[in-house]
Design a protein around this ligand. Structure first.
Ligand SMILES: CNc1nc2c(CCNCC3CCCCC3)c3nc(N)[nH]c(=O)c3cc2[nH]1
Length: 372
């Protein structure tokens, strides 16, 4: 019996609240996972990440295999020790990043060969190697090695790519070293084609995983088509296993996806935007480089418990970004991650109180209202 499990707590429509039990602790769902690409959540210490309310963070095979190398992280005690994050870590399998970052990529039915975007060195990823790297990193949750097709694409190209990913899922599962409290997730593919998505879910549940991700979305298809694809895919997925929507998204994306039955998310937006002066708040986003903030003594967001909002003014944050001070990205990343966690906590409470519909209306009204 694997100690890893998702325990349901409440539902509201298709939305679920629960707890993810892992070897590295328990995480309340729905949950947003900050992205810690190369063993660090950029501009944050792990204590500050913890203080935002995050329970689980992301790492990545692609980045860590290139630098410092999976063998080196293993020799140093694994990623938890290396980055001093005692909570659960989910690592992506690297295929998506190879196609978005790697140079001179050669994809074949066995895997992908590419050159490092850092130093041009040549590397190869296969389902076996990706799974082995994630094991060396001591990832709590390991992702299958898959291929994420660019959209839009012809249906037969989507079908061929999905079927390749399903063969790779079987090989990833074969290579996975099962450990108590650890998990491996299959990744559903199939573009925006309902039949292909259904075929992919069947292929993955036939293999059997501890959790299931929905991949192949948030690649430019737009929110309507993403939600439409969720509507056709999520009901086919096992109800007793966690569901992870990869690479998503804005607060509005998170809300709509939780309402469609998703439990786990990752997205670079709150961290990447924090570094470029874009703040996420209950009244929408704002760019702190804008001159209108220069003399504004108000906190960024009233009621936000983060240091940017409790200790500083918008004028100060504006100054930091205009002066290109490192504290700017630090404070705004801290704020954005805090905001994302508050959104998830608010949604989770609403599910527990069976008032998610009303809560959704309030959230959307706030985002539409703009800066008070
Ligand atoms: C942004 N949209 C999007 N992301 C996708 C991702 C990446 C999810 N985020 C991982 C982090 C990214 C930064 C570095 C650390 C890992 C996808 N990953 C996989 N394996 N398969 C997808 O179909 C897949 C599909 C995705 N769509």
């Amino acid at each position: 019996m694997n100690g890893f499990r998702w325990q349901p707590e409440a539902t509201d429509g298709a939305a679920r609240a629960g707890h993810l039990h892992t070897a590295h602790g328990v995480v309340a769902t729905p949950t947003f996972m900050p992205v810690g690409t190369a063993g660090t959540v950029k501009a944050m210490t792990m204590d500050s990440v913890r203080s935002t309310g995050a329970g689980i963070v992301l790492g990545n095979t692609y980045h860590l295999m290139l630098r410092p190398g999976a063998e080196r992280v293993q020799a140093l005690g694994g990623l938890h020790r290396f980055m001093d994050w005692p909570g659960p870590i989910l690592t992506d399998s690297g295929g998506f990043q190879v196609m978005s970052l790697g140079a001179l990529r050669k994809l074949d039915s066995d895997g992908v060969t590419f050159q490092s975007h850092i130093d041009g060195s040549r590397h190869r990823l296969t389902p076996e190697r990706s799974t082995e790297i994630q094991h060396m990193l001591d990832a709590t949750i390991t992702m299958c090695f898959d291929e994420c097709p660019a959209l839009p694409a012809e249906t037969d190209a989507i079908a061929a790519s999905m079927r390749l990913s399903m063969r790779w899922a079987a090989r990833s599962r074969e290579a996975f070293v099962a450990r108590d409290g650890y998990a491996q997730y299959g990744i559903v593919q199939g573009g925006t084609e309902p039949q292909l998505r259904a075929e992919s879910v069947r292929a993955l549940t036939d293999i059997g995983f501890e959790g299931y991700a929905i991949g192949g979305l948030a690649v430019g298809e737009g929110q309507a088509l993403m939600f439409q694809t969720l509507d056709g895919t999520v009901p086919l997925m096992p109800a007793d296993k966690p569901r992870y929507l990869m690479g998503v998204g804005t607060p509005d994306d998170l809300l709509g996806s939780v309402m469609r039955g998703i439990d786990m998310f990752d997205c670079v937006m709150p961290t990447r935007s924090g570094r470029t002066a874009r703040a996420y708040t209950g009244f929408g986003t704002l760019n702190l480089r804008n001159a209108r903030h220069a003399l504004d003594p108000r906190p960024l967001e009233a009621g936000c418990p983060c240091p940017a909002c409790t200790r500083h003014s918008r004028a100060y944050l504006h100054h930091l970004f205009r002066a290109d001070e490192i504290l700017g990205p630090m404070l705004l990343t801290w704020h954005n991650l805090t905001y994302y966690q508050r959104v998830m906590q608010g949604i989770r409470t609403a599910i527990l109180e069976t008032r998610l519909g009303a809560h959704a209306i309030e959230l959307r009204a706030g985002w539409a209202a703009g800066d008070p």
